[in-house]
Design a protein around this ligand. Structure first.
Ligand code: GLN
Length: 554
């Protein structure tokens, strides 16, 4: 029978509940348990797919094509269980499902209410998320902060669940904040006392408190928290800021978090073994090299917008014994006059993106990287801009574009699949009012890789990666692009969807564009072959640059 750990958060958001949950999962996994994680999001969007990364951070994509909260990325990077659509749901999804049932008449004439109908639905969704093969422990992270109107139905649902499960089958872990007030020179426990009061009002008594603070919490304060919250002292765990997130499992384990949880759940296991986390931390802290990558995107200061990408680059750094520094270059500000600022970087990266803003700057970045032989990685939109660049400047197709940015372009080298598949001269216009949610190519898809290409060297004969995009390279232009020098290194057999493009290695040391998002599959343990090769190319470029000065093409 699966046992449950419910993780709630108090006082403020952004305390790292996702990392805390993933760390607990990782420690339990190292004790030999089969663990999964489920994230409950208290907003009304059906999924985060339609939300701006400015608002919500990255949209993470699972193998089965679900657009999910970025915490699922932490989960997949920290534990071995793969996440699926059922591992993340929102209030929007719950209401959608309840309302569909109501319309079908499933409630047999009853008045449909938050309690019991919405709370029952939440419990069903949680059970569904935990229903994978022989899961010992499902860790359920409840988004939002205790005290919010939005998360109340979730808390009520898990309270009811705990009653049904019985005391040895659930544990409550509450993440709270202990601020240091510099004027008083003290750590303050009052917000923690209040958030636990709020939780107990709802009927939930936490078994463990994870106390976030900018420092380690001394025993005096821990005792005070224990007394006021009715959580035994050994359950009051200090979670200080750390320089490397991979230290978190060790910090929590040293204070007995997993022991507390296993005792409550009456799970007898072997001891935790966190040696591989220690090795990882050492690697991160003692790099032999450093590379700086220019990331040309439009979300310039919010690293959450490119969370998985940043992580994948760091993982690739670990596997090259290098620290990877990422500098954001706002593509909206890039012009012919200032694009040479990219010369100082060891590599250029154009990440995924939607909408016209900043696209011309990204095309310039691809051109500059191509002409100056700077390693270039284009991801999704980054592949599309590289294709447009080659079309314009090597294939002589002036004004080539994607129909996403210029619907009237004379050369739609990138277009919606139904625009180019039906295309005998005319471009089929899409309904401007069509539904934005759910019209994308999503999730894992495979394709063969052409032998002899750089992509083949990296991936071998088959590539399987996750997608999240609407537009595709237009098959009707591929011949002209290939004659102009672009190599199509992977294309799907049936639909002829271009997956990878590159430049021949005698023309450019490392220039690759991929239509998918490889960053979602990178873990600190294995890294990801594409990113590992890319960071290696950046190191080689740095080496070549420092031994022989480069000639910059303006
Ligand atoms: N906007 C492009 C498309 O929809 C690229 C999307 C992306 O980079 N994820 O095809």
């Amino acid at each position: 029978m699966t046992k449950f750990v419910f993780v709630t958060g108090g006082v403020v958001s952004s305390l790292g509940k996702g990392i805390a949950s993933a760390s607990l999962a990782a420690i339990l996994e190292s004790r030999g348990l089969k663990v999964t994680l489920i994230k409950l999001d208290p907003y009304l969007n059906v999924d985060p797919g339609t939300m701006s990364p400015f608002q919500h951070g990255e949209v993470y994509v699972t193998d089965d094509g679900a657009e999910t909260d970025l915490d699922l990325g932490h989960y997949e990077r920290f534990i071995t269980t793969r996440m699926k659509r059922s591992n993340n749901f929102t209030t929007g999804q719950i209401y959608k499902s309840v309302l569909e049932k109501e319309r079908r008449g499933d409630y047999l004439g009853k008045t449909v209410q938050v309690i019991p109908h919405v709370t029952n639905e939440i419990q069903e969704f949680v059970m569904r998320g935990a229903k994978a093969d022989r899961i010992d422990v499902a860790i359920v992270e409840i988004g939002g902060t205790v005290g919010d109107i939005e998360s109340l139905p979730f808390l009520e649902a898990v309270r009811q669940m705990s009653l049904k499960l019985g005391p040895t089958n659930f544990a409550f872990v509450h993440l709270t904040y202990v601020p240091f007030i510099s004027a008083a020179g003290e750590l303050k426990t009052k917000p923690t006392q209040h958030t636990v009061q709020k939780l107990r009002e709802i009927g939930i008594q936490p078994d463990v408190l994870l106390c976030r603070a900018d420092r380690t919490i001394p025993d005096d304060e821990r005792e005070k928290i224990s007394l006021f919250t009715n959580v035994p002292l050994h359950g009051v765990i200090s979670m200080p800021d750390v320089d490397v997130i991979y230290k978190v499992p060790r910090v929590l384990h040293e204070q007995g978090l997993d022991e507390q949880v296993c005792m409550k759940l009456q799970l007898l296991t072997r001891p935790a073994d966190l040696r591989r986390w220690d090795v990882l931390v050492q690697e991160v802290l003692q790099p032999k090299h450093e590379v700086t990558i220019a990331m040309c995107g439009k979300y310039t200061d919010l690293s959450d917008s490119y969370k998985s990408l940043n992580e994948a680059l760091r993982h690739a750094g670990i596997h090259n014994h290098a620290r990877v520094k990422i500098e954001y270059v706002d593509s909206e500000t890039l012009t012919e006059q200032n694009v040479s600022q990219l010369a100082k970087f060891d590599a250029v990266l154009v990440p995924g993106g939607f909408g016209k803003r900043g696209v011309e700057g990204k095309i310039l970045a691809a051109k500059y990287a191509r002409e100056n032989r700077i390693p270039y990685l284009g991801i999704c939109l980054g592949m599309q801009v590289a294709t447009i660049e080659v079309a314009r400047h090597l294939a002589g197709l002036a004004d080539a574009n994607s129909t996403e940015f210029d619907p009237a372009t004379p050369h739609p080298v990138i277009a919606l699949i139904d625009e180019w598949q039906d295309r005998d001269g005319t471009i089929q216009k899409r309904d401007a009012n069509s539904d934005l949610g759910g019209t994308m190519r999503l999730g894992a898809q495979s394709s063969d890789v052409v032998p002899g290409t750089l992509a083949h060297h990296i991936y071998g004969p088959v590539v399987t990666e996750r997608h999240r995009h609407r537009y595709e390279a237009n098959e009707h232009y591929l011949d002209r692009l290939q004659i102009a020098g672009l190599v199509i290194s992977a294309i799907t057999q049936r639909e002829k969807l271009t997956e990878i493009v590159e430049l021949p290695q005698d023309k450019h040391p490392w220039f690759v564009g991929v239509q998918f998002h490889p960053e979602f599959k990178s873990t600190p343990w294995d890294g990801h072959p594409l990113f590992i090769h890319y960071v290696k190319a950046a190191l080689d470029h740095q080496m070549a640059r420092t031994t022989s000065p480069v000639k910059v093409v303006a």
